[in-house]
Design a protein around this ligand. Structure first.
Ligand code: NDP
Ligand code: 8X3
Length: 250
């Protein structure tokens, strides 16, 4: 059976993607900081698939390399990497945003993603096969007030994915950036630091994407033939579009 490594599998897109691939019988490597959630996930999925859990903060370069360079066979042959771990913190304008929040987003969404990618890529290169799916965001290309550093980290993900494609020319390794729009997960609870009431307001009277929608998208991408590479895939709920440019007296 093939092996999939999913970062940020303790909730949201990552967790549901783990469930989807467990149903296919794949070997799973699931990671995240909350070890109790990983333990519960393993208990839930173990009847269907081999589940290997790694408590891992993707920001910690040494931890990432130590964990991913010492995987037991056959898990050291990763077929699909889902770079999903990430977060938004705060929605203040740039002059008022919390600088620590900015650093945490940069460290997680950029440094964490490149740490994991760099740790896994040599093995894929050696096998001349593999698929890296990065979770970007519509925030990369659609500026919105308060999206400042979060959107910029996702713009990095977009360009990094394209640059990976050019570096991987002449190999069978694929790379895709999925850019989801509004999706209801723990995302807004994290963004608003546990304020569930404020998080709920984000989705009030709307039908946002679900984690299942994104897991299904990942499942579809992985099922495409090896000679097909979807470079970029933007997915919004039908209730969402772009706001357009705006002007205001100043
Ligand atoms: P969730 O908050 O539900 O899940 C985020 C996951 O990332 C958790 O499993 C969390 O695990 C993990 N994570 C966060 N920081 C770290 C870290 N330092 N090291 C390891 N794991 C970490 O949100 P989503 O499922 O919605 O988000 C998944 C991805 O999708 C993110 O990259 C997000 O930016 C992106 N996205 C989300 C959208 C949305 O509207 N929901 C839309 C577009 C993109 P733990 O806390 O256990 O470490
Ligand atoms: C999450 C989507 O629009 O809240 O990446 O930034 S958005």
């Amino acid at each position: 059976m093939p092996t999939i490594l999913i970062t940020g599998a303790t909730s949201g897109f990552g967790r549901t993607t783990a469930e989807l691939f467990a149903n296919k019988g794949w070997n799973l490597i699931v990671t995240g900081r909350r070890s109790q959630y990983l333990k519960e996930l393993k208990t839930t999925l173990s009847q269907k698939a081999a589940v290997h859990t790694i408590t891992l903060d993707v920001r910690n370069t040494d931890e990432v390399f130590k964990a991913l360079e010492n995987l037991p066979t056959p898990l050291n042959n990763i077929d699909v990497l889902i770079n999903n771990a990430g977060l938004a913190l705060g929605l203040e304008t740039a002059d008022q945003a919390n600088l620590n929040d900015w650093h945490q987003m940069i460290d997680t969404n950029i440094t964490g993603l490149v740490n994991v990618t760099r740790a896994v890529l040599p093995q894929m290169r050696k096998a001349n096969q593999g698929y890296i799916i990065n979770i970007g965001s519509i925030a990369a290309n659609t500026p919105y007030t308060g999206g400042n550093v979060y959107g910029a980290t996702k713009a990095f993900v977009d360009q990094f994915t394209k640059n990976l494609r050019t570096d991987l020319i002449g190999t069978k390794i694929r790379a895709t950036n999925i850019a989801p729009g509004l999706a209801e997960t723990e995302f807004s609870i994290v963004r608003f630091k546990g304020d569930k009431g404020r998080a709920d307001q984000v989705y009030k009277d709307l039908k946002p994407l679900t984690a299942q929608d994104i897991a299904n998208t990942i499942g579809w991408l992985v099922d495409t033939p090896e000679h097909v590479n979807v470079n970029y895939l933007e997915v919004m709920p039908t209730c969402q579009t772009w706001a357009g440019v705006t002007a205001k007296p100043n």
